[in-house]
Design a protein around this ligand. Sequence first.
Ligand code: ADP
Length: 149
Amino acid sequence: MEKKIRTAVFPGSFNPFTNGHKSIVDRALDLFDNIIIAIGFNEHKEDSGDLHSRLETIRNIYKGNDAVSVESYSGLTVDFVKDKKADAILRGVRNMQDFEYERNLADVNREIAGIETVILIAEPQYGYISSSMVRELNNFGYDISRFIP
Ligand code: ADP
């Protein structure tokens, strides 16, 4: 019997892509054949130069790994997932707040599109890392290299 190729879409803002995000992708590579990191983008609100540098930065991290691709999308995540003929959405949770939020999203996406969400629990050493915290530290001139790949 032929083995099915399983693809997950990991959607997010990734502004910036942190060690916490990387840990989710790396661990999910044991579960899926392919991961598409998908930067959700609002063309009315965001600067496209910013999006391009985010795309390039993440692509560089996975350069040489054919199982990981990096793309951007605007619109509904489930439409992007269907477009790519992917099998599942991948997300991470750090705490109960994340959990409540992710459960709602997962319920909606299953309801409207029949798409399941696979949730990985953050590794403890990354549980406190958020993009907004990293952005804030960066804005105040703090060296953020320990939080990003
Ligand atoms: P969004 O704006 O969609 O929440 P983020 O880029 O903030 O996008 O996060 C993308 C996904 O990664 C979310 O499921 C989020 O919960 C998860 N995530 C964020 N930071 C971490 C972390 N430190 N460890 C594990 N998962 C994380």
